[in-house]
Design a protein around this ligand. Structure first.
Ligand SMILES: Cc1cc2nc3c(=O)[nH]c(=O)nc-3n(C[C@H](O)[C@H](O)[C@H](O)COP(=O)(O)OP(=O)(O)OC[C@H]3O[C@@H](n4cnc5c(N)ncnc54)[C@H](O)[C@@H]3O)c2cc1C
Length: 416
């Protein structure tokens, strides 16, 4: 084994949580190594939603203008079609963020952007094709990771290891941290259908006749999510592509003339929905954040944003103790104490929508009517703005500490 590499913090996983945390810590003067097992960020669809809470973080870092210069779409309000009736569910015009919209940008663009910004900082190292394969422990304390970098074994020593390796986290398993599963009645099929310039619709979700479809405007195509019953993939596949196309056309007739584009099951990706969280997010020398600490339901499209919020909270709490090499267990406990309550509350809301709305719609192939509560929301702008705030900013939005912002003088950070 060659001489171990050292850093104040080693982060396993270069997704939104890992890359954002690496950037923030390096900006605060901490030496960081981010290990990402893939050779690049360009992977299957992993969600495109960048909520106002994340955009506000970008503004506080002085990165917003450069970020929004990348191709993206902007969604100022959320509309759904329930039983053929269009209802406005959320309006982002009142969110306390520099941006009053949800931006759609491929996750790899977001990661690419943050990695490029990170590389400008002296303390930031991102190693691709670097898979964390084991923990280094000393006296019951995690002291580093063993990794394979381009197939070769390398040991990394650090005061803190942060597991940002996603919902199938190897690190949390190796650390023996226990997961609490909340269950989900749904899975999701993702596919693309081309978008025409005259497709006027702004409706995001459609629910009727035992079917649920979400269509996200991605410029020249629609990113579509077709919600199915948990474990129902083989049944849907058994019925064939023609039946799937017919189901989609029933909810979104405007797509009928191009559904032949879905010609192979290879084009249809299954997301097995998980909703879970760790009972404890840390052990001495190790912290889990993002999906590694809590896999979120796709309801609200907030997984990326929660991962970013965790990263901001962790960086705010840990940058100084890491830089001064006085990290204590209480610092790790403080991150969990700050982020666990918003996670629990958000998951409770998601489970409610999954069970009470989505699960029920899928249970019966019959026309539905919008529930009274949604009709009320649809008519009251104040309630739409409230929903916009809850979805757009989340519970307990995080702000980058002044110490990390440092010299960033960003006009964008104004939230008015
Ligand atoms: C199909 C799909 C659609 C989604 N749609 C949305 C959406 O529309 N909006 C939304 O907000 N969220 C969405 N999500 C969820 C979102 O992708 C996650 O919540 C978010 O990416 C979590 O970020 P993370 O950094 O915690 O983990 P991840 O993004 O999962 O990143 C983990 C990273 O760690 C790497 N890794 C894993 N193991 C190791 C290891 N041992 N060593 C080194 N690296 C490792 C992985 O390659 C990956 O890059 C979707 C997820 C899926 C699967």
């Amino acid at each position: 084994m060659p001489t171990p590499e050292e850093a104040q913090c080693v982060i396993a996983g270069g997704g939104p949580a890992g890359v954002m945390l690496g950037y923030l810590l390096a900006r605060a003067g901490v030496s960081v190594i981010v290990l990402e097992k893939h050779a690049d960020f360009f992977r299957d669809f992993r969600g495109d939603t960048v909520h106002p809470s994340t955009l506000q973080v970008m503004a506080e870092l002085g990165l917003l203008q450069a970020f929004l210069a990348r191709p993206h779409q902007e969604l100022p309000a959320l509309e759904g079609e329930l039983g053929g009736e269009v209802v406005r569910l959320a309006d982002f015009s009142g969110v306390p963020s520099a941006c009053k919209f949800v931006a759609f940008m491929p996750q790899w663009d977001f990661l690419d952007f943050m990695a490029a910004e990170g590389r400008k900082l002296p303390g930031f190292r991102l190693m691709m094709s670097a898979r964390a394969a084991g923990l280094v422990e000393h006296g019951g304390r995690v002291a580093g990771v063993r990794a394979e970098v381009e197939g070769k074994p390398v040991e990394f020593r650090a005061d803190l290891v942060v597991a940002c390796d996603g919902r199938d986290s190897d690190i949390r398993k190796m650390a023996g941290l226990r997961v609490r599963d909340l269950g989900s009645p749904i899975d999701v099929l993702w596919f693309r259908v081309s978008r025409r310039p005259d497709d006027a619709t702004v409706v995001l979700g459609r629910l009727n006749h035992g079917r649920i479809l979400v269509t996200i405007d991605r410029g020249d195509y629609w990113q579509c999510a077709f919600v199915i019953r948990k474990g129902g993939y083989h049944e849907v596949r058994g019925r064939g592509l023609e039946a799937l196309r017919a189901d989609v056309a029933k909810l979104a007739p405007f797509l009928s003339d191009r559904l032949e584009e879905i010609s192979d099951w290879e084009q249809v990706k299954l997301l097995t929905v998980q909703v879970n969280r760790l009972e404890r997010w840390w052990r001495p020398g190790l912290l889990c954040i993002g999906d590694a600490a809590h896999a979120m339901s796709p309801v609200g499209g907030i997984g990326i944003n929660l991962a970013v919020q965790d990263a901001v909270a962790a960086a705010n709490a840990l940058a100084e103790p890491l830089r001064e090499r006085r990290l204590a267990d209480a610092d790790l406990a403080a991150v969990e104490a700050r982020r666990a309550p918003p996670t629990r509350l958000t998951q409770a809301g998601q489970v409610l929508v999954q069970d009470r709305v989505l699960g029920r719609v899928l249970a019966q192939d019959r026309p539905i009517k919008p529930p009274l509560v949604l009709k009320v929301v649809s008519r009251a702008r104040t309630l739409q703005r409230l929903m916009g705030r809850v979805i757009g900013m989340g519970v307990r939005p995080e702000h980058v500490s002044a110490a990390i912002r440092g010299g960033a003088h960003d006009r964008d950070a104004t939230t008015q």
